[in-house]
Design a protein around this ligand. Structure first.
Ligand code: NAD
Length: 457
C-alpha cells in the first residue's frame, strides 16, 4: 500500500520505518527541510537505538522517504496517517497541530477519486476523531464520511525501545468509523504477528489513555509507599518491592522458572515519570474526565504525587545541608529515561530549577541529551553541561542521580570518593548498591531510603 505519514517525530518516523519494513511504500511528511534531508540520507534526526540502520535500509529499498510536499504524497496514498504532536497546555490537550494537519489533508482529499483512509495515530482524548477530525475532513474535502475512511489507531511504542516495539508490536488497536475503514487498516497491518483489536473510534482513543495512566499509577503508587518507608526510617523501599514482587500473582512460575512481567518495572520507587507521554496524557485525561463530569480522584493523586517527586530529592539533599547556596551539585542524567535523547518533562528539569532557586551551582552530564544539539529547554536553564561524569562530579558537594543510564550504573564507588568534595549520592532511580558505597566511604540516600548521617559512616 502507499502510505503518507504526517510528522517526522518519534511516532511518525518509527511508524514509517515499521510500515516500510512490512513492504509498504511510505513517505513521511515533515516541515523542516534539514530533518527531511537527514532522513533521506539514512539518518534519524533524533537518537533512537537501531533506527538509523532501518531508515537507511528502507531508503535504499525505495520503500521509505521523507518529503515536505504533502499534496504530491497524499495524491496517490491509500492511507494517510496523522502523527503530529498533541501537547498538554494549561493541563488540557492542545489540538492545534491535529486540526492544522487534518485541514491540510481534507483539502487534498477533495481533488481525488481514490478511496482514502485517514488514520489518527496521535494520542487524542475520546471523541476527538469523531467530533473534531471527521468534521474538519468533511468540511475541507466537501465529501461525506464513508466516501473516505477515518480511523484512530493509537501508538504504544516506548522511546528507547521504539524500533523493537514497532517491529514486534504486542497488539494493534484499530478504531474504525465503519467496517470498510477497519478492513483497510487491518490490511495495512496484515504482516503483524500480534492480536488486532477492532473497536469504535472512542474506545481506541481511551485504550491509549487507560494504558498510559495504568503505568503512571503504578509509579505514583510505588512513590507513595516510598514516602511511608522514608518516614519510618529503618526501611529501604527496594527491599519492600522485592518482597512484593515475589507474590506469585505478580511474578508467576512458568515451566519451573519465575518470570518477571514487564509491568513490574513500573512498580519501583524513583524520582517520578517524565517524557512526552505519561505526564501529558495523565493530565489530559484528568482534565477531560472533569470536563465530562467525572471526578477522577485516583488520577488526580497520580499526577500530584508525580509532581512532588523531584522535590523529595531536594529534601534528601537538604537533610545533609542546611543551605545549598554555592554548593556544587552534580546532576547525572537529563533525559526522562535511558536510551533516548528526549528531555521532555524530565524530572531533571524540575529538579535543576529547584536547585537554582536554592542558589546551588548545577553541573550536569547526560550521554545523549545535548550530544547533537543543545535543546532550548536546556539552554534556558543556563547550567554547565559537561562531557564526562568525572567533570560533573569533580569537587561536587553532592550528586543527584536522575536517569538510570548504563554508564552510571558501572561507576566504581572509589571514583565518587576520590573526585567529589563531599561524597554524597542521592539516588533518584535506586541503581546503586548502598553497602558498597558506604564501605567506600560514600554517603548514600535515595528515594525510599533516607540513609544515614555522615557521623554514622
Ligand atoms: P514529536 O513532537 O516528536 O513529533 C511530531 C512531529 O510532527 C514534529 O516533528 C512536528 O514538526 C510535526 N508536525 C506537526 N504538524 C505538522 C504538519 N502539519 N505537517 C508536517 N509535520 C507536522 O511527537 P511524537 O513524540 O512523535 O508524538 C506524536 C503523537 O504520538 C503525540 O500525540 C504523542 O502523544 C503520541 N505518542 C507518542 C509516543 C512517544 O513515545 N513519543 C508514543 C505513543 C504515542
Amino acid at each position: 500500500m502507499k502510505v503518507t505519514i504526517i510528522g517526522t517525530g518519534y511516532v511518525g518516523l518509527v511508524t514509517g520505518v515499521s510500515l516500510s519494513e512490512m513492504g509498504h511504500e511510505v513517505v513521511c511528511v515533515g516541515r523542516n527541510k534539514e530533518k527531511i534531508g537527514e532522513i533521506n540520507d539514512g539518518k534519524s534526526p533524533f537518537f533512537e537505538p537501531g533506527l538509523d540502520e532501518l531508515i537507511k535500509k528502507n531508503i535504499e529499498k525505495k520503500l521509505l522517504r521523507a518529503s515536505n510536499d504533502l499534496a504530491a504524497c497524499v495524491k496517490d496514498s491509500q492511507v494517510i496517517i496523522i502523527a503530529v504532536g498533541t501537547p498538554t497546555v494549561d493541563n488540557k490537550i492542545d489540538l492545534t497541530e491535529i486540526k492544522t494537519a487534518t485541514a491540510q489533508v481534507g483539502k487534498l482529499l477533495s481533488s481525488n477519486s481514490l478511496y482514502q483512509v485517514v488514520v489518527v495515530k496521535s494520542t487524542v482524548v475520546p471523541g476527538t476523531t469523531e467530533s473534531v477530525v471527521l468534521p474538519i475532513l468533511e468540511e475541507e474535502s466537501g465529501k461525506k464520511a464513508g466516501e473516505f475512511g477515518v480511523s484512530m489507531t493509537p501508538e504504544f511504542l516506548r522511546e528507547g525501545n521504539a524500533v523493537e516495539d514497532a517491529l514486534n508490536p504486542d497488539r494493534i488497536v484499530i478504531g474504525a468509523y465503519d467496517e470498510k475503514t477497519g478492513k483497510i487498516v487491518k490490511e495495512l497491518y496484515k504482516k503483524a504477528e500480534c492480536p488486532i483489536l477492532i473497536t469504535n473510534l472512542q474506545t481506541a482513543e481511551l485504550i491509549k489513555y487507560a494504558a498510559n495512566s495504568f503505568f503512571a499509577t503504578l509509579i505514583s503508587y510505588s512513590n507513595e509507599i516510598a514516602k511511608i518507608a522514608e518516614k519510618v526510617g529503618s526501611i529501604d523501599i527496594v527491599d519492600v518491592w522485592e518482597g512484593v514482587h515475589l507474590d506469585l500473582r505478580l511474578s508467576p512460575m512458568v515451566h519451573g522458572k519465575r518470570i518477571s512481567p514487564g509491568f513490574l518495572g513500573y512498580l519501583f520507587s524513583g524520582c517520578g515519570y517524565g517524557g512526552s507521554c505519561f505526564p501529558k496524557d495523565t493530565k489530559a485525561l484528568l482534565h477531560f474526565a472533569k470536563d465530562i463530569g467525572v471526578n477522577p480522584q485516583l488520577l488526580q493523586s497520580v499526577v500530584d504525587i508525580n509532581a512532588s517527586q523531584p522535590e523529595r530529592m531536594i529534601g534528601l539533599l537538604k537533610s545533609e545541608y542546611s543551605s545549598l547556596e554555592n554548593k556544587k551539585i552534580a546532576v547525572l542524567g537529563l533525559t526522562f529515561k535511558p536510551n533516548t535523547d528526549d528531555i521532555r518533562e524530565s524530572p531533571a528539569l524540575t529538579l535543576i530549577k529547584s536547585l537554582q532557586k536554592e542558589k546551588a551551582v548545577v553541573v550536569a552530564h547526560d550521554p545523549q541529551a545535548y550530544k547533537k544539539t543543545v535543546p532550548e529547554a536546556l539552554k534556558a536553564l543556563g547550567i554547565e553541561l559537561v562531557s564526562s561524569v568525572a567533570n560533573a562530579i569533580k569537587n561536587a558537594d553532592a550528586l543527584l542521580l536522575v536517569t538510570s543510564w548504563d554508564e552510571y550504573r558501572h561507576i566504581q564507588p572509589q571514583m565518587f570518593k576520590d573526585l567529589m568534595k563531599k561524597p554524597l549520592i542521592i539516588d533518584g532511580r535506586r541503581i546503586y548498591d548502598k553497602k558498597k558505597l558506604n564501605e567506600a566511604g560514600v554517603l548514600y540516600k535515595g528515594i525510599g531510603y533516607k540513609g544515614m548521617n555522615y557521623a554514622e559512616l
